[in-house]
Design a protein around this ligand. Structure first.
Ligand code: HEC
Ligand code: HEC
Length: 266
């Protein structure tokens, strides 16, 4: 994991004015579980500035997410301050989320800021989660895994409600082609013998391409042997418009996806 120490050093210089504030009003911060700066306006401002410097490349300046997840809903989902503190301190292993050596008070200031901008209850879904689970198992599980079960053509959705807002999720289901997740480029290739294979590009270099076909078999092809290779500007996921999935069913599905996330919170 990359460390943010250098970035922090830079922003600490930039933010000398803010940092002074912490010197004037020192608080014992070790082993805190409640945020000592919650609701403290100056700390919240400083936290927002720190976040803009160090985290915006991945999370966007307003924390709505870019390469990293939307963070505006963490609190609404019931994630605790101390868990967020820990994630920022330690990073998230297996992801690009780095650890940081920033002082505790800077981290608490960012947590205070995140809380101040957090949206109230974005994932409140009036949907029936149990009903949603049935729809999911019938319609989506062939391609998506949840808690270790399901297909692997599409991304694992266990944590999806934590990293995408409700509206973004609804759009991903209604119009998947509008924003295709990274690493899920759809390709069709025609082999020398005329066989057509449609699937997801999983790897490619100048000479070869690896494709996971719709039967979820991963296969490599030598480009020189192919009759055709087409990069499609669409998602392999079918669009679930209102004919295939009513608004009520969509709401149930979202209720279900939100509930898995809640069940997985430490
Ligand atoms: C290089 C990209 C990157 C940078 C820089 C980055 N993050 Fe992240 N962050 C991520 C990714 C990716 C995740 C999702 C990790 C996962 O759950 O798989 C994440 C997750 C998080 C989470 C949620 C963790 C949880 O417990 O679920 C928080 C909070 C967070 N980041 C805060 C920050 C803060 C604050 C900074 C700046 C100090 C920052 N991030 C910098 C990529 C980044
Ligand atoms: C034929 C396989 C297939 C089926 C069936 C399918 N999906 Fe997908 N899904 C994919 C693929 C492939 C992607 C990645 C490409 C993209 O983003 O569109 C994806 C992406 C998504 C995303 C976006 C994930 C992200 O990281 O933003 C969501 C949400 C999603 N699917 C939900 C569903 C739900 C809910 C259903 C059932 C109603 C469903 N999918 C059915 C293949 C499928």
């Amino acid at each position: 994991m990359r460390s943010l120490a250098t970035l922090t050093a830079i922003s600490r210089t930039v933010l000398k004015g803010f940092t002074l504030l912490f010197l004037v009003a020192p608080i014992s911060l070790s082993a805190q579980s409640a945020n000592p700066y919650e609701g403290n306006r100056a700390a919240i401002r400083a936290g927002g500035a720190l976040f803009g410097n160090e985290c915006a490349t991945c999370h966007n300046g307003d924390a709505t997410g870019l390469n990293g997840p939307d963070l505006t809903q963490l609190f609404a989902l019931g994630v605790s301050d101390s868990r967020i503190f820990r994630s920022i301190r330690q990073g998230v292993s297996g992801s690009s989320m780095p650890s940081t050596e920033a002082p505790d008070q800077e981290i608490w200031a960012m947590v205070a800021w995140l809380k101040s901008i957090s949206t109230v209850d974005p994932f409140e879904s009036s949907g029936d989660a149990e009903q949603g689970r049935e729809i999911f198992n019938e319609t989506c599980m062939g391609c998506h895994r949840v808690s270790g079960e399901g297909g692997s053509l599409g991304p694992d959705l266990t944590r999806i409600a934590l990293v995408r807002s409700r509206d973004v999720l609804a759009r991903a289901i209604r119009q998947p082609a509008a924003s295709v997740a990274r690493n899920y480029l759809t390709v069709t290739l025609v082999t020398g013998s005329g066989e057509r294979v449609r699937g997801l590009r999983k790897g490619e270099d100048a000479f070869s391409i690896q494709v996971m076909d719709t039967n979820q078999r991963l296969q490599g092809y030598i480009k020189a042997d192919l009759a055709e290779l087409i990069y499609e500007d669409t998602s392999l996921m079918p669009a679930f418009n209102t004919n295939r999935l009513s608004d009520t069913q969509l709401d149930d599905l979202l209720g279900y996806l939100g509930s898995i996330q809640a069940a997985n919170l430490p």
